[in-house]
Design a binder for this molecule. Structure first.
Ligand SMILES: [Zn+2]
Length: 276
């Protein structure tokens, strides 16, 4: 009995060893094969920008891109391919949200003026009413002005009537201050849906480079993050309500000029990217 038991043990050991070898071999073959296949096929990158009738600029966040695909192309339908961009120009649109601020906005305006750069300011209606003089200054210095809602709510969480009020009140504040209509909307948090689009009747403008200035609040970090994420044809999101953003913009602009970037407003960006 003792002898037989030992023999079984040895046989089990052999069986385990064989099994172990087989599994190892099989998994390395599978791993190798999948690696080779992956190398042969170009990796399909998630779209950073989805182009639809109203929407041309999407957030860098993959999650957002998926959400927008689900929104516009439900039930697994494939989104249409992006129309080819008919430019190899190195353009960059600097955009500033949540203002008009006070000192920081003024400093940004001075920097833009010194470098002869035009930018876009997505303003809050409530801030416009607090600081109309700054809006006039932005406008008089040749920058583009667009809406960022009245009080910065997540518009997708509001009722139709409330969305309407956010849009209308902002448009009225802007029109009363500088006399022009607002054709672009950047919804707070980049959050919008069909209802927001339909009610606002404005073109939704998001961004493809987030400076993360609201979070970093550190000049060097903002500068490095923007310069590291920038690619030709970028819309960069800043907030003109922080001095660290003003400092960062002062450092970023000369660097981008050195790299051959051309600065454009949102309208110019759309004209170049979506030629009619
Ligand atoms: Zn905002």
């Amino acid at each position: 009995m003792m002898y037989k038991g030992k023999n079984y043990k040895i046989q089990y050991r052999r069986l385990f060893l064989l099994l172990f070898l087989a599994v190892t071999l099989l998994s390395s073959i599978l791993f190798g094969a999948s690696y080779i296949i992956a190398q042969m096929q170009p990796i399909e990158k998630k779209p950073l920008a989805i182009y639809t009738k109203h929407t041309s600029i999407r957030s860098d966040s993959v999650k957002d891109a998926d959400q927008i695909i689900a929104h516009y192309f439900p039930k697994g339908k494939n989104p249409p391919p992006k129309p080819p961009i008919k430019t190899d120009r190195k353009i960059v649109a600097l955009t500033f949200d949540d203002g008009p601020g006070y000192e920081s906005t003024d400093r940004i305006l001075n920097t833009l003026k010194r470098h002869d750069v035009k930018a876009t300011f997505f303003v809050l209606g409530s801030k416009v009413e607090q600081n109309p003089e700054m809006l006039k200054k932005i406008h008089n210095e040749g920058h583009e002005i667009a809406s960022h809602s009245y009080s910065h709510p997540n518009l997708t969480k509001l009722k139709g009537e409330e969305i309407n009020q956010q849009i209308k009140q902002t448009n009225t504040s802007i029109k009363n201050t500088i006399g022009t209509d607002t054709i672009y909307l950047r919804p707070p948090y980049g959050a919008y849906n069909k209802e927001v689009e339909d009610i606002s009747k404005q073109k939704i403008i998001l961004w493809n480079v987030d400076s993360q200035d609201w979070q970093l609040r550190d000049t060097e970090k903002i500068k490095n993050h923007v310069l590291g994420s920038l690619k030709p044809q970028s819309i960069v999101l800043f907030h003109d309500i922080y001095n660290s953003s003003a400092d960062a913009v002062e450092k970023i602009i000369p660097e981008l000029k050195k790299q051959g970037y051309e600065f454009v407003t949102t309208s110019q960006y759309i004209e170049i990217m979506e030629p009619k």
